[in-house]
Design a protein around this ligand. Structure first.
Ligand SMILES: *Cc1c(COP(=O)(O)O)cnc(C)c1O
Length: 422
């Protein structure tokens, strides 16, 4: 499908008068429309809730938009829990899905009344020793091992992943947790990442539904929810068709009716923890071309770098690029589009066919709404950019300011002789 930016050249020219590039821009209209569709797709399940994966886009303004659609949030660290609390999320609308969890994080999650999702069998004792009891509601993460494969060739390797418990451990865990006082149970699994197919959730749901029927038989536990976690993908490349969440919701519904209803488990709630699907397409990184370089290849240097968007540098991930104002120009040039880090992987695009780029052109790097800003860092003393929200009425609100050198120096405040100087 053709990839079009949600912002125009004239809008960006207006925005940069107040907020210089680079910046991440989010599309409120797109976020809201998508959130509504997600809600509708699972409306057949009265207990349904999306717990947005905070790590994808940890910004309170974004979280508050999703909150309007009854969404909760999924946290995996102390500070993410703090963020959820500061946004006013009720404990039961906070999922704590972490792994290799420090004791104080379990304690804080319990204090907030969050639903704790245990990554490992040994965490039962660890949690009990830490907080002095086992919560009434508890969830366990499942890892079936082996290979997870869909009919269109998409596959992933749960057997190689560090997360979750084996089936035997899960059965044992439920028995122990029940003995220790847990009353309500949930099961969670995340078996494949960025799946651009409507098949993933239904297949995963089918496996988890069969699993909970077995768990119910073997342990007698009261299983209240199945958490399908994240993994629903977005089409980063133009050759892919976007997932249809309504079709996905119906696919899960069908499995539910086939497996859970006949087993007397028709009151189980479906939870999801999507990040990428909720926000990915509704954010972009706007950057300006500031250098062109001709050596063995043609390079365009922009004012953003991998510190603003890390996915291309670490995974070689494709992010589509549009040169604003040249949307319909022929892509008859081949460029590497680079940032300024002293790392050769700091390239937003390699051998990319683009229209001829002039200095000062604005480039939109697509699909940075999830796992974009949030993966940013300060390597090379680079500072994180602002995050801006393009509101439904076309106005722009800054929802996070850009970092300044003062922020970079802030953690040296403890030393009297380290001062910021120009
Ligand atoms: C990262 C993550 C998610 C979100 O994954 P997406 O692919 O962004 O949907 C959900 N749950 C857990 C536990 C995660 O680690």
């Amino acid at each position: 499908m053709e990839k079009k930016p949600f912002v125009t050249k004239s809008q960006v020219e207006e925005i940069v008068k107040t907020y210089p590039t680079p910046f991440h821009l989010y599309d409120e209209k797109g976020i809201r429309e998508n959130a509504k569709k997600v809600k509708e797709a699972f409306a057949w399940n009265p207990g349904f809730r999306e717990y947005f994966a905070v790590k994808a886009t940890p910004n309170p303004y974004i979280l508050k938009i999703l909150q309007e659609y009854d969404m909760g949030c999924d946290c995996s660290s102390y500070t993410e829990l703090m963020l959820a609390k500061s946004c006013g999320f009720d404990g039961k609308h906070i999922m704590f899905s972490s792994n290799d969890t420090p004791a104080e994080e379990f304690a804080y999650a319990d204090e907030l009344g969050a639903i704790i999702n245990l990554d490992d069998f040994t965490h039962i004792d660890f949690l009990e020793e830490t907080i002095g009891h086992i919560p009434e509601t508890i969830s366990c993460r499942y890892n079936p091992g082996g290979v997870f494969e869909l009919s269109n060739g998409i596959m992933d390797n749960p057997g190689d992943s560090k997360y979750g418990m084996t089936k035997d451990q899960l059965i044992e865990a439920f028995k122990i947790l029940k003995d220790k006082g847990a009353k309500h149970f949930g099961v969670h699994a995340f078996l494949a990442s960025n799946t651009v197919t409507n098949e993933y959730y239904p297949k995963l749901a089918g496996e988890l539904f069969e699993l909970i029927v077995e768990l119910k038989e073997k342990t007698g536990c009261d299983i209240r929810f199945v958490n399908l976690s994240g993994g629903v993908g977005i089409p980063y490349t133009p050759d892919k068709e976007p997932n249809d969440i309504a079709v996905i919701g119906e696919g899960v519904h069908k499995k539910f009716d086939e497996i859970l209803v006949p087993a007397g488990l028709g009151d189980v709630s479906i939870y999801t923890e999507m990040g990428r699907f909720m926000l990915g397409p509704y954010g972009c990184l706007v950057t300006k071309a500031i250098h062109e370089k001709h050596i063995y290849k043609e390079y365009i240097g922009v004012d953003a770098c991998a510190a603003n968007l890390m996915r291309p540098a670490i995974y070689g991930a494709y992010h589509h690029i549009t040169v604003l104002g040249k949307e319909n120009a022929p892509c008859d040039h081949v460029y590497d589009v680079t940032g300024s880090l002293c790392e050769n992987c700091d390239k937003f695009a390699v051998d990319r066919k683009l229209p001829e780029i002039d200095m000062g052109d604005y480039l939109v790097i697509h699909d940075t709404g999830a796992h974009g800003f949030s993966m940013g860092y300060n390597y090379n003393g680079r500072l994180r950019s602002a995050e801006l929200l393009l509101k439904e009425d076309g106005s722009v609100k800054m929802i996070r300011r850009a970092e300044t050198p003062e922020d970079y120096f802030a953690t040296f405040d403890c030393f009297d002789d380290i001062r910021i100087t120009k």
